[in-house]
Design a protein around this ligand. Structure first.
Ligand code: PLP
Length: 371
């Protein structure tokens, strides 16, 4: 029950055991890859072309920054979370100058404040923003933020690795130029793949660079015309992509997917708050993960190791500035089911109470009542 990688359904796991063809030379694989990418565009309600890259979720963030950034480019980095701030590193590595727009980690980005900031300084080639910043769980209005950037002529790179699928996201109603996703969060395929949706104008910006892209694996121009050229820059992990395809089908066939995420997340927060525990966020709660402050009298390690050893349940702690301060229940994708969340809350309750921490209700019962 971590905030990713999430549980993987049997049909996805089995698909990965099937025979596969040579993805470098078999035209059937190119068709299969293209169809799979088209389903990804459909899932995000857009004609914007999607691509699957052979590498973990971080590859998409790095590929976006590698492909767009030239020496000295100013890039606006929206920092209201740990992943948000982390984009500054990718920008610097590729020679850009990151400029942070920092705001309170307990709330989503305030669009009016961002507008005020941009009216004074908008000389940025692109900006980065995170949809669901998993360490705190905060959800940003990335559709609205990307439209604001567009008003100022700034391209948008959006990390929705932990947001997409569980949270509504309509790319056609946005100005997102490079959208990044991963296989191992709400889509519930195993870790190992990145998905990126790249707009025509993002590709134009790459083609109009004065200097070449300083990357090979992370160079998005190399994958752009794979179908016309019947050529991939590296051998595609065929079995991983076959599994991903089934995970996408699972998502598209499940009309209640997002509604279920919303209801279960609301019921989880309700149970936690009624029990007297404190949510980390003040607003902007995501449907994919619930982030709870660790009450006094117990440590992160005590909660995580006892849940693991006595109940067989893994949840997430946190890192960086939130290390030791919060625990996180990931209820996205296959984790988004009543039984598993109820058991997690029951286990958590037993552990906290055995440490003398009094809770005001029985969380499992409260959760089941409200979902
Ligand atoms: C999981 C995640 C990624 C991918 O990072 P890994 O830590 O390598 O799994 C990127 N961005 C966000 C917001 C994520 O939650």
């Amino acid at each position: 029950m971590t905030a990713g990688p999430t549980q993987v359904r049997e049909n996805v796991r089995l698909e990965r055991s099937k025979e596969f063809t040579n993805p470098d030379i078999d035209p059937k694989f190119f068709d299969f890859y293209k169809e799979t990418c088209e389903l990804l565009s459909k899932a995000m309600h857009t004609d914007t072309k999607a691509f699957i890259l052979g590498g973990e979720g971080i590859l998409g963030l790095e590929a976006a920054c590698a492909s767009l950034t030239e020496e000295g480019d100013r890039v606006l980095v929206i920092d209201n979370g740990i992943f948000g701030k982390g984009f500054a590193d990718f920008v610097s590595i590729y020679g850009g100058e990151p400029v942070l727009f920092s705001s309170d980690y307990r709330n989503p980005v305030n669009i009016d404040e961002l507008r005020d900031f941009l009216s004074k300084d908008s000389d940025f080639k692109y900006a980065t923003v995170v949809h669901c910043d998993t360490p705190s769980g905060v959800m940003n209005d990335v559709e609205g933020i990307s439209k604001l950037f567009d008003e100022f002529g700034i391209l948008t790179v959006c990390d929705s690795v932990a947001g997409m699928f569980g949270e509504p996201l309509d790319v056609s109603n946005s100005k997102i130029d490079i959208l990044c996703g991963g296989s191992q969060k709400a889509l519930s395929a195993p870790p190992g793949l990145t998905m990126v949706w790249v707009s025509d104008r993002a590709f134009e910006a790459m083609q109009n660079r004065k200097t070449p892209i300083r990357a090979f694996y992370a160079n998005l121009l190399f994958i752009k015309d794979y179908y016309e050229n019947q050529w991939f820059p590296y051998t595609m992990p065929a079995s991983d992509i076959m599994g991903l395809r089934i995970a996408i089908d699972n998502y598209l066939e499940d009309a209640d997917f997002q509604n279920r995420h919303k209801q279960l997340a609301r019921a989880t927060r309700n149970a936690v708050e009624k029990a007297g525990l404190k949510l980390y966020l003040e607003s902007g709660y995501s449907n994919n993960v619930t982030v709870i402050e660790i009450p006094e009298g117990i440590t992160e390690d005590e909660i995580l190791s006892r849940l693991r050893d006595e109940f067989g349940i893994l949840i997430s702690g946190c890192f960086d500035v939130l290390k030791g301060k919060v625990i996180r229940i990931g209820h996205m994708g296959e984790n988004a089911n009543k039984e598993d969340i109820a058991q997690t809350l029951a286990g958590l309750q037993k552990i906290l109470e055995s440490h003398g921490i009094k809770l005001a209700c029985e969380m499992k019962g409260e959760f089941l009542l409200s979902c």
